[in-house]
Design a protein. Structure first.
Length: 131
């Protein structure tokens, strides 16, 4: 399983693992009922602790993206298109909130942020802005 983790990232390793698997599920790279690697084998492959992988799988369980068959292992859950869209929207909401926090920390107002959003969405022409 190709999962890239970074020891210098501010995101905990278990979350990086969970996010990577989640992205593979949401992009339909992993289809429903696909068995995920065992906790031990993935921990060995990624050179992380077993508890780290277990925690990543628990995150995916909580998000209803995988299910467990006890001693057999973890499998990708059936995820419908509406659910995928909802999950993606939640992800973008978190990312937008982080960007907006950074922007306000940098001194931008809500009006500035709205203006940026309008430019990005193509509703306003940046080149013709008065300086």
């Amino acid at each position: 399983m190709e999962i890239k983790i970074s020891n210098i990232s501010s995101t905990p390793i278990y979350q990086q693992i969970a996010n990577s698997i989640k992205n593979k599920i949401l992009s339909r790279e992993y289809i429903s009922n696909t068995q995920l690697p065992s906790i031990r084998s993935l921990a060995k492959e990624l050179e992380v602790g077993i508890i780290t992988v277990k925690k990543a799988y628990e995150v995916l369980l909580q998000e209803n993206l995988v299910y467990s068959k006890g001693a057999v292992g973890y499998f990708v859950n059936e995820v419908n298109t509406e659910e995928i869209l909802l999950i993606k929207k939640r992800k973008y909401i978190v990312e937008f909130k982080e960007m907006i926090e950074k922007a306000t920390d940098d001194g931008l107002t809500k009006g500035d942020i709205n203006e940026i959003l309008n430019i990005v969405l193509g509703e306003k022409d940046y080149e013709n802005q008065s300086k």
